[in-house]
Design a binder for this molecule. Structure first.
Ligand SMILES: NC(=O)c1ccc[n+]([C@@H]2O[C@H](COP(=O)([O-])OP(=O)(O)OC[C@H]3O[C@@H](n4cnc5c(N)ncnc54)[C@H](O)[C@@H]3O)[C@@H](O)[C@H]2O)c1
Length: 250
């Protein structure tokens, strides 16, 4: 008799956002049970409804919030096999116009937050001898991006952090990889660009620069994450995969 293996469990930060929500749907479609973790509980709940997931409130900047979210998820749906760090935040600004408050926020949400969440879930993954970590970085972290100096630094840091964790836990059955979206049509992108003639001009210039002549949609990202989170990707670790229509070929 063939024993049926238990479904895998995923914890997706920023799971209520544009890209995070699409990742939750894609994972769920392959039978993974998904914990949808987001600062915005309404967004998390809406996503969870659409993928039979478990919504949980999480602020990646707050260790107490992280511990509560993590232990609630473990109690409700079991230990986490797959961690997707997708929560992120950004605004366009010349570097010389930024201040420390802005810098702290960008670094906390995009770099320290994912580090904190990774450490929380890595410990039980090591004990169980299995784990898949997929960090959502950005092409900005690979090649830089004007008006995004601190964000680029945070995402570049996330990429090298991921490689180091990948090296440290490779022998424990755990992989860690990054997926880098290019410009993608999400609420974050809309907030960054704003509205009006200038926003249309910037968007037009971005589309022109993309070899595939369009910006991404959240659904472009799900399959890459599903692949890296799968059992079949067991021998792939420390890698960085751009999903950006050819914009970045680094
Ligand atoms: N949209 C793009 O063009 C683009 C490009 C490159 C990389 N990315 C990255 O993709 C990821 C998803 O971005 P998106 O475009 O879907 O944005 P989004 O704003 O639609 O989603 C981000 C989600 O993160 C949540 N979040 C913000 N701060 C949080 C915190 N402190 N704790 C927990 N959750 C928090 C938000 O509530 C939101 O639901 C981010 O890491 C972003 O940096 C996006």
């Amino acid at each position: 008799m063939v024993e049926e293996s238990a479904p895998r469990t995923a914890f997706v930060t920023g799971g209520g956002g544009g890209i995070g929500s699409a990742i939750c749907q894609s994972l769920s479609a392959t039978g993974v049970r998904v914990a949808v973790a987001d600062l915005d509980f309404k967004r998390a709940s809406d996503t969870a409804k659409s993928c039979e997931g478990f919504p949980v409130e999480l602020d990646v900047m707050q260790p107490i919030s992280l511990e509560k979210a993590a232990s609630d998820v473990e109690a409700e749906i079991g230990p986490v096999d797959i961690l997707v760090n997708c929560a992120g935040w950004e605004r366009f600004m010349p570097f010389v116009d930024t201040d420390d408050e802005f810098m702290d926020r960008v670094l906390e949400i995009n770099l320290a937050g994912p580090m904190r969440v990774t450490r929380r879930f890595l410990v039980p993954m090591i004990s169980r001898g299995y784990g898949r970590i997929v960090n959502i970085a950005s092409d900005a972290g690979r090649v830089g991006s004007s008006l995004e100096a601190i964000y680029s630094g945070a995402k570049g840091g996330l990429i090298s952090f991921t490689k180091t964790v990948a090296r440290e836990v490779a022998r424990n059955g755990i992989t860690a990889n990054c997926v880098c979206p290019g410009p993608t049509d999400t609420p974050l992108m809309k907030e960054i660009l704003g509205e009006g003639e200038r926003a249309d001009r910037v968007l037009g210039a971005i589309v022109k620069a993309v070899p595939m002549k369009r910006i991404g949609v959240p659904e472009d990202l799900g399959p890459a994450v599903v692949f890296l989170a799968s059992d079949g990707a067991a021998f792939i670790t420390g890698q960085t995969l751009s999903v950006s229509g050819g914009l970045t070929m680094a």
